[in-house]
Design a protein around this ligand. Sequence first.
Ligand code: FRU
Length: 371
Amino acid sequence: MTKRFQYHFEPKKGWMNDPNGLIQYQGVYHAFFQYYPHDIKWGPMHWGHAISRDLLHWEEQDIALSPTQPYEDDGGCFSGSAIEKDGKMYLFYTSVSHALGQTQSLAISEDGLTFTKYDHNPIIQHFPAEDATKDFRDPKVFVYGDEYRMILGTVYKGCGRVLQYRSKDLIHWEYMGVLYESSDYHDVIECPDLFPLQNRWVLLYSKIEPGDRHVQFLIGNFDGERFTPHSTLLPERGPQFYASQTFLSEDGKRILISWFYDWMREPIEGSTSAGALTIPREVYLDERGHLCLYPVDSAKALLEPLPLDNSAHKKAGVQISASPDSVKIISRHATPQLYEGKVEKVEVLADVKAVEVFINNGKQNYSVWGH
Ligand code: FRU
């Protein structure tokens, strides 16, 4: 028997990767996710679906999207996002087909449980060849002024890029150009997300580097056309945290959920499922302007403080020790993680087979599998 998480969402069976379409809709939290129901490894993508009333206890629902259409006959329904308009939930995703490659498609729901693909999908049929390559995916849609914006990740001439579109009706999209280009990341930008946070803007994206996958955060300015970073950071350094997406809760909090898995790991023998969602975190800037990722209120009771005395604590198969100037995290599923710097507080959220470690109120975190 393989162990199941107590607090982290994981599907009953099958493979999952990125969280998709995160939204609070009619009071209920919805998390969709990249899903392959027929095996515990990646396959043609569906959107799995789970709902929650407290962001801690999730109930798995029927599959929301399956790759049934010719425009998704290759990789299926890749990552994307959700938004509400006139009481309906709109899901945007990258449809991947043999004929068209990566295009962007739409499905609409009136009840948050059943989803109908738009008749004239794909709504964005061609990538802008002057600025992008065929890797053109992971639409994140948000409201900006009196219109909608969509950002997507790509790579062009060896630079990761984020592209931007605008729309008045969520159906017709006009290309605006390059929102951001990275000078130091040379592969495709995956799962970009852009949002205001207090008086700043945050752009985050997932990057694949040899042996290393991380979520890069940039804090800066967005003038409606371009994003200009002022600082870059990796608030989460755990090796098994990827494809973060955020949404705004009805009470105005910016909540982030990530895919919690080790892409490089062989499927675990005897498991019926692979992959999980991290504990949702609130994203905020503290009084000194530091970006923090800290568990949502409903998960705070699960946090255990560790003494800063160098003693070793074994939790969910992970060994953690802390002192006033360092934190060490050792697991057989990851290279040893060492944080060096001033340590004021270390808290651990341990759940059956993994831990999430929060240092200094979420300024630096490590999510690590132990079993
Ligand atoms: C990130 C990613 C996305 C893509 C999806 C496919 O993990 O590669 O860019 O949409 O997974 O499952």
